[in-house]
Design a protein around this ligand. Structure first.
Ligand SMILES: Nc1nc2c(ncn2[C@@H]2O[C@H](COP(=O)(O)OP(=O)(O)O)[C@@H](O)[C@H]2O)c(=O)[nH]1
Ligand SMILES: [Mg+2]
Length: 322
């Protein structure tokens, strides 16, 4: 197999459109806000030096369990050279905001990540003549340096050339997501559960808010020595609250998904604080991994059930080699 390139991203960002042009295929693309790609498709590029392209189910429609399972199925079977996170053109902040979760999920593989910005035909270049340089600055904090910018009118040939040059130095390797990375993009699509969780979450927000404020006041060695215990404490408190919430909520699985969604937001907040306090250093990377492990250890008892569900679902996923 040639170098494998994974197209990932939210629904409707233009992944299947890219896949069709690059591989000269006619897979259904999205229409009317409905997700069409239900399976994973794999096919070689048809122009240029050549690579194998993988079109995935998109994130964001409902609970994302199928999307995550589909990705895990790919990672079981295919070694990946590049992870292309596809995102539609918008204001700088919105672009970053809309793919932040997916970047965090693949952060340990940041050297493999390329951000592909589609819909660039919607940009009036008169007003943004330096878009490519400017957008790169917005992704600096994730240490991502690889970008592709495309428009509706780009042909398969053009796209293949762009992709070829971005993957030139990429090496294939197995992608292994940790438990917390796997559940990080789960979503609860049940309004009732969300509503029920509100009371619990507003209490928890105050709790986490206090801890975050406390952390902001610490500096240097003080920060490094104390942040873990502060975070551990609020995590333990939050689980006590979560147990109370579960007493009233029938569906434990959905309850856990809204809870983990909440926790994931808080985790990202903590990661950002660690980042601000320590700068872009190797040590900071290490602390971020430790912080994720801390969360993972705390949520393990509850996450096992969901993970079991996802692993079962992986077996039902299909990869179609075209
Ligand atoms: N204007 C414009 N429309 C696009 C572009 N890329 C995709 N689209 C349209 O956006 C819709 C969603 O595209 P699709 O490839 O199905 O997205 P996916 O869900 O990420 O696979 C389709 O109607 C496409 O024709 C682009 O670069 N510019
Ligand atoms: Mg699609």
């Amino acid at each position: 197999m040639k170098k494998a390139v994974l197209l990932t991203g939210q629904i409707g960002t233009g992944r299947t459109t890219l896949f069709n042009k690059i591989t000269n295929s006619q897979q259904k693309s999205q229409s009317g806000g409905q997700a069409v790609t239900r399976d994973t498709y794999v096919k070689n590029s048809q122009y240029g030096e050549g690579f194998t392209l993988i079109d995935t189910l998109g994130f964001g429609s409902s609970n994302n369990i199928d999307t995550i399972s589909g990705h895990l199925k790919i990672f079981e079977n295919i070694e990946i050279s590049r992870i292309m996170i596809v995102v539609s053109y918008a204001r700088y902040n919105c672009i970053v905001e809309s793919c932040k979760g997916i970047i965090e999920m693949f952060q340990r593989y940041k050297d493999k990540i390329t951000i592909v910005i589609t819909f660039f035909d919607k940009c009036d270049e008169k007003y943004e003549p330096n878009f490519k340089n400017d957008i790169a600055k917005y992704f600096e904090k994730f240490q991502i340096k690889s970008f592709i910018i495309t428009s509706k009118q780009d042909t398969g040939e053009t796209l293949c050339k762009l992709f070829d040059s971005e993957i030139k130095y990429s090496q294939a390797s197995k992608i292994k997501l940790t438990e917390i990375e796997i559940i990080s993009l789960l979503q609860c699509d049940n309004d009732e559960t969300q509503l029920e969780f509100q009371e619990c979450s507003s209490y928890l927000s105050r709790l986490f808010g206090k801890a975050q404020q406390q952390l902001r006041l610490l500096n240097g060695v003080d920060f490094q020595q104390n942040y873990q215990s502060i975070i551990k404490y609020v995590l333990q408190q939050s689980f006590t609250q979560f147990d109370k919430f579960l007493e009233y909520n029938q569906d434990e699985k959905l309850g856990f998904i809204v809870f983990s969604q909440f926790l994931n937001g808080e985790l990202n907040y903590f990661l950002e604080i660690v980042h601000q306090k320590m700068g872009m250093t190797q040590q900071c990377e290490q602390h971020k991994i430790e912080l994720k492990n801390l969360f993972e250890d705390q949520i393990r008892p509850q996450s096992q059930k969901i993970l079991q569900n996802i692993y079962e679902n992986v077996k039902n996923q299909k990869i179609n080699y075209l």
